[in-house]
Every structure is written in C-alpha cells, then in structure tokens.
Design a protein. Structure first.
Length: 175
C-alpha cells in the first residue's frame, strides 16, 4: 500500500513549480514581443501650423522678388510685406518647436540655383493673391485651435488682410 502524500500542497514539487514558471516566463516574453510588434504607434500627425509656416515663407520670398521689379512707389510696401511674412514664419516655427519640445532653430528660406533661364519676377497681383490665400487658410484654421495658437493665427490672418487691402490695395497693385 502506498503512503499518503504528506506535503502541504499535494503533488506540487519544487521541480514542477520551476518548470511551470519557466513555461510561463517564455509565454510572457512571447506575448511581449507580439504586443510590441502589433502595438506600434503610428507616426504623429504633422503640426497644423507647419503649412502656415510654409505659406509665410513662400509669401515672404514672393513679396521680396516682386519688390525687385515693382514700381518705386510699391517697393517699400512689398519690402515690409516680405519682412512681416518672414516674422510670421519665425513665430510659427518657434511655436511648432515649443509644442514639439524641441529647441528652436533659425531657419531661412532655402534658395536653389539652376542653370535654366531665370523666371520673370512675380507681379504685385501675385503677392496679393498669395496673401489672400494665406489669410483665408489662417482664418479657417484658427477656430480649430485654442489659446496662443489660435490667437497667433488670428493675428497672422489680420496682418495678411491688412497687407493686401491697405498696403497693396487694388488700385495701387496694378501700377
């Protein structure tokens, strides 16, 4: 006759605990690898202000190029529009960097040279069209944001509208 098992937990031995523990650890490691592969986060969406910064850089370059061929009476206004849009680009870049937690870097629009014939300078009407488009874009985006970012875009939209209605009004822009 077999003697009864006198261990407090019946058929549980140290060997069995170690073996089951090793199996459980292997399963846990396998699940960890699988969850890491399946649970990767998608890349963050681009900051909505990035497009606004690009528009500001474009408008600044456009106004500066138009100033080179504009009638003398419009050169100061176009130069100021170029400078103002450059400041907008800088403020937007600083805000984008602040939200991303990155240090701000001073960036200027890059220019590329090509061997092709130079393009004719843009007309003042092209600058007005670009400013109008930028103002509309900022006006539509501002209500979707909050706080400083919404205020910044509202200010930029107002500045663009002022530039094309006061500094470069239709009668003056056709000169």
């Amino acid at each position: 006759m077999q003697s009864p098992d006198r261990r407090p937990f019946g058929g549980i031995t140290r060997r069995r605990v170690l073996l089951e523990g090793a199996r459980g650890l292997a399963l846990f490691a396998l699940l960890g690898v699988a969850s890491t592969a399946c649970g990767t986060k998608p890349p963050p969406e681009p900051d909505p202000l990035e497009q606004q910064a690009e528009l500001a850089r474009h408008d600044s370059a456009l106004a500066a190029a138009a100033a080179k061929a504009a009638p003398p009476a419009l050169v100061p206004a176009l130069t100021e529009v170029a400078a103002e849009r450059g400041r907008h680009a800088t403020a937007l870049a600083e805000e984008i960097a602040r939200v991303a937690g990155k240090p701000t870097t001073s960036t200027s629009p890059t220019t590329t040279s090509s061997a092709a014939a130079p393009l004719p300078p843009p007309a003042v009407a092209d600058v007005v069209t670009a400013l109008r488009s930028s103002a509309d874009s900022a006006t539509k985006l501002a209500p979707t944001l909050s706080g400083y970012r919404a205020g910044l875009l509202g200010s930029i939209a107002a500045s663009c509208v002022t530039a094309y209605t006061v500094a470069l009004p239709p009668g003056k822009a056709e000169q």
